[in-house]
Design a protein around this ligand. Structure first.
Ligand code: GUN
Ligand code: ZN
Length: 429
């Protein structure tokens, strides 16, 4: 029989969405425990009660640290790891200057393997246990990601990025090869272990109508796969899409026409939406992925988190590495808070933490397995030190409740605040 572990500390889980139900949707236990066996959460509750119920368990005492679900990063480009924080460009110039030359390097499977391993290790250092990533056009870049994830036991989603125009020679496929390569990768990786395949047209400007149609057909043949793309990130991009697809009513309509709107669709950014687009996204139950550090870094705009939540959209949170300027979901929550402030909407710490865990997991359709600290869930956990630096410690020392205690770490914390990361019950940090 596998061993039983008992992790002691403060604990946090969610019974609902704090954006809708308020901070009471979060359940905090100041002397809590998580019981882990066979990679899953067997039980949670009060520390004394759990000690009594599981006397055989091996105990790890995390003291005053906060045990919660591992972070779920719902939109990243792992191949952009080495070009994060590249200076001075907005979206289209940034892609041409920094991103495409770097993605060309993934023609070399060894380089892809090196970056995939480096990227996932950075995630673990930052308390992120699941991720949904774009790869490059090279099938070997998908193999590299899933191989590295499997080695670490992580629940990872990813797919080959498809582009058949407006990208350099060497970084273009075709409608047919995008379909064939993606289909082969689905067969090889989807549902194998903890891996999930994501059909991935990069965005409307880099696909011909024929390619979008082929990928829409592929998705119809594999409806349990996720589909990810970009939507309405910058105003120049929206004008470009209108000129490339003059018959479309708006940006979303391009995807709609080719069967690329549905409840397993993930739209990165979704900043400058029309009323029609908002209504159709909501009616389709599609996932919108908020990438706040990217939206400020590339100068894209201010996502309407509060308004879209009120309308009933499904929303996740993401770093958008490497358009985003951080690997840390703490820094990403801080940026979401700051963008909210600019829109006169202050997200509560419970709402930020929900977004970075359960909210993201729900958009990835794995919210019944990861993203929460509940019996039966996979034991992907992060343990936060709420006074990881002198600056944070002197502030959290004044706290009267858990939200005052955790907010300085959300705003000022980095990988030093991650005391431990568990993946499938195994401590990797
Ligand atoms: N739109 C199309 N490709 C990308 C990308 O790699 N990063 C961001 N931020 N936006 C994109
Ligand atoms: Zn992106």
């Amino acid at each position: 029989m596998s061993t039983t572990s008992l992790l002691l500390g403060q604990t946090l889980c969610f019974d609902g969405n704090p954006f809708h139900d308020g901070p009471d949707a979060a359940r905090h236990t100041s002397r809590g425990a998580v019981v882990v066996r066979g990679g899953h959460i067997l039980d949670t509750g009060d520390a004394d009660a759990m000690r009594l119920a599981y006397p055989e368990a091996e105990v790890t005492d995390h003291g005053q640290n906060l045990i919660m679900a591992g972070f779920v990063d719902a939109h990243v480009h792992y191949p952009q790891t080495a070009i994060i924080a590249s200076w001075g460009k907005r979206l289209i110039d940034w892609l041409n200057t920094y991103t495409f030359p770097e993605e060309m390097r993934f023609a070399d499977p060894d380089y892809a393997g090196e970056i995939a391993a480096r990227y996932l290790d950075l995630l673990i250092a930052n308390g992120t246990t699941s991720v949904c990533s774009y790869c490059t056009i090279h099938p070997a870049s998908v193999d590299a990601l899933f191989t590295a994830a499997t080695k670490r036991g992580m629940r990872v989603f990813g797919g080959k990025t498809c582009m058949d125009r407006n990208a350099p020679e060497g970084l273009r496929d075709s409608a047919q090869s995008a379909y064939d390569d993606s289909a082969a990768l689905i067969g090889k990786w989807h549902g194998k272990g903890r891996n999930g395949y994501v059909i991935t047209p990069r965005f409307a400007p880099t696909s011909t109508p024929e390619q979008l149609e082929a990928l829409g057909a592929l998705w119809a043949e594999h409806p349990d796969c996720l589909m990810q793309t970009h939507l309405s990130e910058q105003t120049d991009e929206i004008e470009w899409v209108a000129s490339l697809y003059p018959e479309s009513r708006d940006y979303l309509d391009v995807y709609e026409r080719y069967g690329l709107l549905g409840e397993r669709a993930l739209f990165g950014h979704a900043i400058h939406l029309t009323g029609r687009e908002r209504a159709h996204l909501r009616d389709a139950h599609a996932g919108l992925i908020h990438c706040p550090t990217s939206n400020t870094f590339i100068g894209s705009g201010l996502f309407d988190l509060d308004g879209l939540m009120d309308e009933g959209h499904r929303i996740g949170l993401a770093t958008d590495t490497g358009g985003g300027s951080s690997f840390s979901m703490l820094r990403t929550m801080a940026a979401a808070y700051e963008i909210g402030q600019l829109r006169h909407a202050s997200a509560h710490p419970s709402a930020l933490l929900w977004l970075a865990t359960a909210g993201s997991a729900q958009t990835l359709h794995c919210g019944d397995r990861v993203g929460n600290l509940k019996r039966g869930y996979e034991a992907d956990l992060t343990v936060l030190d709420l006074s990881s630096t002198p600056a944070i410690g002197q502030r959290s020392a004044r706290a009267d409740d858990i939200w005052q205690a955790v907010f300085p770490t959300i705003m000022m914390g980095d990988d030093r605040a991650i005391a431990a990361t568990y993946v499938g019950g195994v401590r990797l940090k």
